[in-house]
Design a binder for this molecule. Structure first.
Ligand SMILES: NC(=O)c1ccc[n+]([C@@H]2O[C@H](COP(=O)([O-])OP(=O)(O)OC[C@H]3O[C@@H](n4cnc5c(N)ncnc54)[C@H](OP(=O)(O)O)[C@@H]3O)[C@@H](O)[C@H]2O)c1
Length: 301
């Protein structure tokens, strides 16, 4: 069977949120040649029941990579989370996956990157994405690099303390972020794997970009709660987080995130999700309304 009729599709990190949702989207769309890769296939037995083949896949284990990529036509390589080892270890692991794809003569790589990862980016995770993007481009394999904006889902990290304290401390100024629901990213990832053409490198963003003051208005509307917006400098943001008990490297990175937002790197609302999937992405307001109860509960903990 030719690739055009029924390409064999691999998704790495299939037990993660994005990987699992992408595999489900592929199966729902009728794909019949899907391989779900995970470090522990016991944890993705539901995907096997739904029709996926499963494979043990660990970026740290070269044998698992060559076995998993064998016979694959198109692969979604899901980037490692910042918690998965040092930046150097993560780059090495991600490059092992790209090398395994090249050795298996995979014909398309889809990779989950971030906005503006080029040298000079302030966020610690940027260099690992940029080096992986470079390796993909140099591999000669046609690619779709999805430079994903901030997940709306990250709101579970940063909004509960704001709801609990009634204070929003930010160094992001009037910078805006076009938050994107992770489930919309999964729909784009499935479309990028199955679509006729490679997409090159493109920003995946939500439909509207919001500043901190827009978010305060939204919190008022959705939670009927007033929040004081407190603008601080980068240094004050970092030292305030450290004083609140946040470990120094994380505090530094959160301050860098604010500075990156302020610089406009995430102000990229676009229609890419609609264009690639035919369905518009969820707005951040819709995401907040749908998760209102869970966010209020998180604020009580
Ligand atoms: N844009 C954003 O705001 C944002 C936020 C958070 C994360 N991200 C990035 O997007 C990626 C996917 O997001 P997510 O929500 O699906 O994250 P997630 O739920 O934490 O899933 C990450 C997955 O990475 C896989 N993984 C971990 N170590 C691995 C290894 N050694 N070899 C192969 N795979 C490994 C795991 O899959 P298995 O358990 O199946 O092996 C894990 O479930 C993240 O990993 C991160 O790079 C972006």
């Amino acid at each position: 069977m030719s690739i055009h009729e029924n390409p064999r599709l691999l998704v790495t990190g299939a037990n993660g949120n994005l990987g699992r949702a992408t595999v489900k989207n592929l199966l729902l769309a009728g794909a019949t040649n899907v391989v779900a890769g995970s470090r522990n296939t016991d944890l993705i037995s539901d995907l096997a029941s739904a029709g996926a083949n499963t494979t043990t896949l660990d970026f740290h284990n070269p044998g698992s990579l060559s076995a998993s990529f064998r016979g694959i036509d198109r692969a979604l390589i899901i980037s490692l989370d910042a918690r998965q080892g040092s930046p150097e270890e993560r780059v090495r692991s991600q490059l092992s996956a790209v090398e395994a794809a090249a050795a298996a003569k995979v014909r398309r790589i889809v990779y989950t990157s971030m906005h503006k990862p080029e040298p000079g980016a302030l966020l610690a995770v940027a260099a690992t994405h940029y080096q992986t993007e470079q390796a993909i481009e140099q591999s000669g394999i046609p690619f779709s690099i999805l430079r994903v904006n901030s997940y709306a889902d990250n709101v579970f990290y940063w909004l509960p303390p704001v709801l609990a304290s009634g204070r929003w401390v930010t160094a992001a100024g009037n910078g805006r972020t076009a938050y994107i629901d992770r489930l919309d990213v999964a729909r784009v990832a499935a479309a990028a794997l199955t679509g006729a053409d490679e997409l090159g490198c493109l920003n995946i963003s939500g439909p509207e970009a919001l500043s901190a003051s827009d978010l305060v208005s939204l919190v008022k509307e959705v939670f009927d709660m007033s929040v004081d917006l407190i603008h601080v400098t980068d240094e004050e943001r970092e030292s305030g987080l450290i004083a609140a008990g946040v470990p120094s490297p994380i505090a530094k990175n959160l301050a860098a995130l604010d500075a990156t937002i302020r610089d406009g790197a995430f102000d990229t609302a676009n229609d890419t999700v609609l264009r690639l999937t035919g369905t518009p992405p969820r707005t951040f307001a819709e995401f907040l309304r749908a998760n209102r109860g869970a966010l209020l509960n998180a604020a009580k903990r």
